[in-house]
Design a protein around this ligand. Structure first.
Ligand SMILES: [Zn+2]
Ligand SMILES: [Zn+2]
Length: 542
């Protein structure tokens, strides 16, 4: 998570923020602008969200340094629809598989800019607005708000006009610079894509331009997008203004830096080799600006695989929010960016436990890392450590009881104090719900499931110890976690059984596997009657 600097901890966001401040100072800008951007191409998976969330942490670092800063987002909605995903999130962030009829309708819009494609879900004005709204909604649920700029609006309103004119006026230079980074830059290529007046596609080819009348003549020839998506043209020839089309991506990105006076922008490793290299040269040689401070991040894997909506393993923030608290999600994005992260959804409790320890280390003091990062995650630091219950324990308890009853079982078990405040209560209830969702959505069903039916466990060599344990447990007035834990230990010791083997046997009885959440608490939460009955039944089986 840290950048080591002579033994002192430096949060990566602070390092980028410092470069951004320096960038703004050199260029006499009074405000520091952090930008991220993206195409509203469908559901933006949590790997892609590195863009926006890392940008937020840079922005947050700037404000903590007392610098005037803003966090902006360009919704690149003039980009063409190049392929139709099999499924996409609806307005509430729930995945929907497109019907054959919807697919047929969308097929007609291949090559159209997202901002002009009707919203299949019918809740927004366009495809672009719909998917951008899902992105913004997911972010706002974890407390991130950005200033949004739709590219369609920026072109139509003339915000990009000056940059577009500048680009076209330097067409020869643009070709020369780009040809250093890309093969096949044609010698008569014009860096502008008008929207076809006949078929609506933005995959047209500019034939000539006239800066006096601000028009571009084009032919709708179609294009191969991203090297593999073939979009056919209708052959129409016509004229377009500079407000009815877009700059090619590599140029548009740099033009945005100029127009919005961008000082820092994070981007994925894929851009690092490609558009970032050409972008730096275009910035200096064509647009006369210095490229912003950058942050390159690595991708996320989920369960060890690359995410793809085609494979059905792409998850958006809304999916994560069903199983994780917003602070745990944000914590994930504070980790060192240049390392590939695997999000192990099957064992998600490990991530939550890591966060709980991190939070605890903040309140204990002494961790430079936690002292710097925790406040950025939670925004307003609470006066005292929020009460947490182990996610894994929650996941077991919720299998036994409805939410409210599960909460009461934790109070009975002594995990939660009777007088817990309303905020703590709400937080624990939420974790119980999240852990329950995790079980049904992601957890390995054979693993973290409380065995309702009796599990056959070989008690050879353990029988006497088990008998005494049942007696002691039956005699308890109060069935509390800490006490049960101690009784298990002392019983094992009395019988000279290694405590690890004794615990393993007991786990086998209740979870069907050799481990689980802290056993005393689990048994306490399951309740005396259940625990004693099960152990007695087991002892009676021959
Ligand atoms: Zn919609
Ligand atoms: Zn056309």
């Amino acid at each position: 998570m840290e950048v080591r600097n002579k033994g002192r901890f430096v949060f990566w966001a602070d390092a980028v923020a410092d470069s951004a401040i320096e960038h703004a100072r050199r260029n006499s800008m009074l405000m520091v602008t952090v930008k991220s951007g993206g195409s509203p191409s469908g559901g933006k998976h949590i790997g892609n969200m590195n863009d926006q969330i890392r940008a937020f942490f840079i922005y947050d670092a700037l404000t903590r340094k007392g610098v005037r800063a803003r966090l902006i987002y360009t919704n690149d909605d003039m980009d063409p629809l190049r392929t139709i995903p099999p499924s996409a999130p609806n307005g509430d962030g729930e995945w929907h598989f497109f019907t054959d009829q919807e697919l047929a309708t969308l097929e007609k819009h291949l090559g159209w800019p997202y901002s002009r494609i009707p919203d299949v879900f019918g809740c927004h004005r366009s495809w672009g607005e719909h998917f951008n709204s899902v992105i913004q909604d997911g972010l706002s649920r974890i407390g991130i708000v950005m200033e949004n700029y739709d590219n369609s609006e920026s072109y139509a309103s003339g915000r990009f006009l000056e940059a577009t004119r500048l680009t076209l006026s330097k067409t020869v230079l643009v070709r020369e610079v780009l040809s250093r980074f890309q093969r096949n830059v044609e010698k008569n290529w014009i860096p502008f894509h008008p929207v076809c007046g006949n078929c609506g596609k933005i995959t047209t080819t500019a034939l000539s331009f006239d800066l006096g009348s601000e028009t571009v003549e084009y032919e709708c020839k179609g294009r191969v997008l991203a090297g593999k998506y073939v979009i056919k043209g209708c052959g129409h020839r016509g004229f377009s203004t500079l407000k009815e089309g877009k700059l090619p991506w590599r140029l548009e990105w740099v033009a945005q830096w100029k127009v919005f006076q961008v000082n820092a922008e994070p981007f994925g490793k894929d851009h690092y080799e490609g558009s970032w290299k050409s972008g730096q040269a275009l910035a200096r040689e064509v647009y006369g600006i210095e490229p912003p401070a950058s942050l390159v991040y690595e991708f996320f894997l989920v369960n060890g695989e690359k995410m793809s909506s085609r494979k059905g393993n792409a998850y958006i923030l809304h999916d994560l929010l069903k199983v994780l608290e917003p602070e745990v999600i944000k914590y994930l994005y504070t980790k060192r960016p240049m390392m590939q992260r695997n999000i192990d959804l099957k064992n998600l409790h490990l991530l939550v436990e890591e966060f709980d320890r991190f939070e605890e280390s903040f309140f204990k003091g002494g961790s430079e890392e936690a002292a710097r990062i925790y406040p950025a995650i939670v925004g307003k630091v609470p006066d005292r450590k929020p009460l947490r219950v182990s996610y894994l324990l929650a996941s077991y308890v919720i299998q036994f009881y409805p939410v409210e009853e599960a909460y009461r079982s934790l109070v009975r078990a002594g995990v939660v104090k009777e007088e817990a405040c309303e905020e703590d209560r709400e937080r624990l209830l939420r974790r119980l719900v999240l852990a329950g969702n995790w079980l049904s959505m992601f957890a390995d069903a054979s693993k973290y499931v409380v065995k309702r039916e009796l599990v056959e466990v070989d008690l050879n060599g353990f029988k006497q110890a088990f008998k005494e344990l049942v007696e002691e447990l039956s005699s308890l007035e109060e069935f509390k976690g800490e006490e049960i834990q101690n009784i298990i230990y002392s019983t094992a010791r009395r019988h000279s059984i290694p405590s690890s083997s004794f615990f393993e046997k007991l786990y086998m009885v209740f979870t069907g596997r050799g481990s689980g959440p802290r056993l005393g608490y689990l048994l306490a939460a399951l309740g005396k009657e259940h625990v004693v009955t099960r152990l007695k039944t087991l002892l009676q089986t021959p």
